[in-house]
Write a new protein. Sequence first.
Length: 188
Amino acid sequence: MRTDRREITAFFGALCLFLSALEYLIPKPLPFLRLGLANLPLLIGLRFFEPADLILVLFLKVLGQGLMNGTLTSYVFLFSLTGSVVSVFMMTLVYRFGGRYVSLVGVSLSGALGSSLAQTMMAVLFIFGDTARIIAPFSIGAGLVSGFLLGLFAEKFVSASGWLRKVEKRYRESLGKPEIPEIPEEVK
């Protein structure tokens, strides 16, 4: 059964890379504008992944993107790593502590904001200095718009996907954990 856990974790890591490659093909009107499609498996995985597996998917994503884009030994890799780590940290906090009061849209927005702010700080402190502040509003705004859209897609996908329910069930069974019980209607 442990194999299911590894297979699912590896699949989500590969899905991050596929979505990253797909995003790379989309023309960007501005160099900093990214849709963040590769974060979708992380956002969806928050619902059931153990923290260690979520971190593994995160590092597979960042390392794979660095190799695929040829940025592994550049400052771009550090920006990606910093933004991704802060994003997953923020999304995890909001998801775990926000519970049923925060939708995946809110979780995604928190991750986008965290990532944008972290990357802006990196740009100001280590690369571009104060001139990075000029582009910061556009970068943060674009991150929030894409985070909102990604969150909307994730909400729809999670609520409609039978495949995802099966994957989540398989993953939980491989951990020896029972399924999460549904929230009774009177509590909702």
